[in-house]
Design a protein. Structure first.
Length: 293
């Protein structure tokens, strides 16, 4: 079955996702304020042109404020019964707001942030964390199958964003813990390979250590082996840690490790040399420091 799909936001992630949908035989029309396009995707001159008559509209945008303003334009242009799928990483409140607005307009909504980065977007191997009604999720599922390898239905609108920011809060804190432990091991004279051999098979193991080891030449191939070229950029981790703290404040949750991880990534990105580097470049940062500075 071939669908008409409007795709809004053809950046690093959106362009390859839109391309994969077109490649699978769907009729995809894209719009991006920067004028970017994607292979096999027809270019619309307005956001409304990309959405009119579409069975699905997919958004892949920088933040919640932009999502809200795009939704204000998109929802009135969509036909009733169509589905809006937002794949951006945004705050939970914006996802719920747009979900409610879509319901009022008779349009299905799924918030479906992704994990897997640019490689996953190009290779069609993303993981989607989805929130929305059973019907909306079922409708969107064939498109998730093309753009990704797994989609988990996490609950109502906003649940996908909640899952994403909780996951990334764990990831940020774990990466910092892994990096500071390597830096401590260095100063204790412990070989990094030995450290990996022990921790990756002991109770300190984690995705950060086992699958994305921050030490160059140790463990599987990772951005550390490519001079910390992202991968997953430190500033994107900072964004996600900011969203988790925003959510924690909204629901009065105590998240001290997440708060500290956010503060450390903010310092790394805003005051040190972290911007444009992979988030695992926390290892050379810690290795170059002493206890007091
Ligand atoms: P990007 O900045 O490359 O792309 C965003 C695109 O949205 C840009 O091309 C921009 O011109 C466009 N845009 C902005 N305002 C618009 C508007 N009003 N109408 C239409 N287009 C508009 O960002 P990206 O790396 O593609 O990330 C997109 C989203 O995916 C973000 O929410 C990000 O947090 C999330 N994400 C990114 C990664 C990653 O590795 N890059 C991984 C997971 C999730």
């Amino acid at each position: 079955m071939s669908f008409k799909i409007g795709f809004i936001g053809l950046g690093n992630m959106g362009a390859p996702m839109a391309h994969n949908l077109a490649n699978a035989g769907h009729s995809v029309t894209g719009f991006d304020t920067a004028g970017t396009t994607a292979q096999g995707v027809a270019a619309a001159s307005t956001v409304q042109d990309a959405c009119a008559e579409a069975d699905f509209v997919i958004t892949m945008l920088p933040n919640g404020a932009i999502l809200r303003s795009v939704a204000d334009e998109v929802l009135p242009a969509m036909k009733k019964g169509a589905t809006l799928i937002d794949c951006s990483t945004v705050d939970v409140e914006s996802a719920r707001h747009v979900g409610a607005q879509a319901a009022d307009a008779g349009i299905g909504f799924v918030d479906a942030p992704v994990s897997g980065g640019i490689g996953g977007a190009s290779g069609g191997t993303l993981t989607f964390m989805a929130g929305g009604s059973d019907d909306a999720f079922a409708a969107a599922n064939p498109l998730f199958d093309i753009m990704g390898q797994k989609a988990v239905h996490c609950g109502d609108a906003g649940a996908g964003q909640a899952a994403k920011i909780c996951n990334n809060m764990i990831l940020g804190a774990t990466m910092i813990a892994t990096c500071e432990a390597f830096a401590l091991a260095d100063k204790l004279g412990l070989d990094r390979q030995k450290m990996f051999d022990v921790v990756s098979t002991s109770s300190g193991y984690s995705w950060s250590m086992n699958a994305y080891c921050p030490a160059p030449g140790v463990g599987p191939q990772s951005p550390a082996d490519n001079d910390y070229t992202p991968g997953f950029a430190a500033e994107l981790m900072l964004k996600d840690l900011g969203l988790s703290q925003q959510a924690a404040e909204a629901v009065d949750a105590d998240t001290p490790m997440g708060a500290l991880a956010r503060a450390l990534y903010a310092q790394f990105v805003e005051e040190e040399d972290g911007k444009g580097r992979d988030f695992s470049a926390m290892l050379p940062r810690f290795a170059a420091r002493s206890r007091s500075a």
